[in-house]
Ligand binder design. Structure first.
Ligand SMILES: NC(=O)c1ccc[n+]([C@@H]2O[C@H](COP(=O)([O-])OP(=O)(O)OC[C@H]3O[C@@H](n4cnc5c(N)ncnc54)[C@H](O)[C@@H]3O)[C@@H](O)[C@H]2O)c1
Length: 322
């Protein structure tokens, strides 16, 4: 199948594009390189540099049958400082993509939604039926896309699936090389702990007095290769006229201290820790229930925290040795 991967020069989109190529699909990547890297587009995929607004129609018209949509801005802090950027890029860009799809007759789409649509959770385990009360323009812009997809399903016959990721980590092995996280700024825990290890500086923990077993926040992490597998399953499960929503996590959380301990073990570096105050709005525990995607699509996370840290470390080492 000929598939369009928007944002396929970014972290997650590049890994999914690689898996789609490996599965025999004809992949075209559309990315404006605002946060992505041309070198991350995997071999075998065609790359078009451009924005959703300017280029989606032309790319879709060239025989595309389905879309995997990753292109977005995704920094919570930046979205609070500049909400218009998030509404314009994440919602406006997506509406331009959906309108181009509708005009050309492409109606199958898998969308990168996020745990940020739920906001402050009511309980430790988040289900798809929980209330959506995003606390940032980033989360709100993603929720607005989810709502738009429900309408495009009902009114225009789209078959769409939104996958709500929690924390994505690790790197994907290509032969040769790796695809991994290259965000700037990097806000994710594992790459930041590994950067501290390779630069010999301490890592900062925000609060160690939470009601958790070791006092630090507990979060749900999944390996980017497992996440890519879920996208391929979702692509085959889109149904005309329906918008389905699935959480993606491993169902068990890891504390910040557990993550640091695994990173120490993987790197062999005694990473020093500095403890600061809690950050406002950080819930103690945030874990996804992935029961729905397990039962509907047969997906479950296969790779553990050690694999995430070890693969991310291999990616870091491979980059620094270049
Ligand atoms: N990384 C995570 O842990 C995580 C968690 C939840 C949800 N998500 C979502 O997953 C998706 C991918 O995240 P990522 O970590 O790979 O981010 P990323 O920044 O590495 O990738 C996003 C890509 O989209 C491109 N892009 C952005 N706006 C564009 C536009 N208008 N037109 C064309 N290209 C554009 C960027 O250049 C970049 O290559 C995002 O939608 C994000 O909101 C990520």
């Amino acid at each position: 199948m000929r598939v369009l991967v928007t944002g396929g020069a970014g972290y997650i989109g590049s890994v999914v594009a690689a898996q789609l190529v490996a599965a025999g699909h004809d992949v075209v990547v559309l990315d404006d390189l605002s946060t992505g890297h041309a070198g991350a587009v995997p071999p075998g995929a065609t790359f078009v540099k451009g924005t959703l607004r300017d280029c989606a129609a032309e790319v879709l018209a060239d025989g595309v049958e389905a879309v995997l949509h990753f292109a977005a801005k995704s920094l919570v802090g930046e979205s609070v400082a500049d909400p218009a950027k998030y509404w314009s890029n994440n919602l406006g860009g997506t509406v331009a993509l959906l309108e181009a799809m509708r005009e050309i007759g492409v109606r199958t789409l898998v969308f990168s939604s996020t745990a940020a649509v739920y906001g402050e959770p009511e309980g430790p385990t988040v289900r798809e039926t929980d209330p959506t009360r995003p606390t940032s323009p980033y989360g709100a812009s993603k929720l607005a896309v989810d709502t738009t997809l429900t309408e495009f399903g009902r009114l225009h016959g789209f078959g769409a699936i939104s996958l709500r990721y929690f924390n994505v980590a690790g790197a994907h092995s290509l032969d040769p090389g790796w695809l991994g996280e290259r965000h700037n700024p990097e806000t994710h825990l594992i790459p930041n702990v590994l950067a501290a290890a390779s630069e010999g500086r301490p890592v900062r923990i925000f609060g160690d007095d939470y009601p958790t077993p070791d006092g630090t926040c507990v979060r749900d992490y999944i390996h980017v290769t497992d996440l890519a597998d879920a996208h391929l399953r979702a692509l085959g499960a889109c149904r005309t006229g329906q918008h389905q929503i699935y959480n993606l996590g491993n169902g068990a959380g890891f504390s910040v201290r557990e993550v640091i301990e695994v990173c120490r073990s993987v790197t062999g570096v005694e990473i020093e820790v500095e403890t600061g105050p809690r950050r406002p709005g950080d819930p103690a525990v945030l874990v996804a229930s992935s029961a729905k995607i397990q039962s509907d699509l047969g997906w479950r996370a296969e790779r553990d925290l050690r694999a995430m840290a070890a693969d991310a470390w291999s990616f870091t080492q491979a980059r620094s040795s270049r």
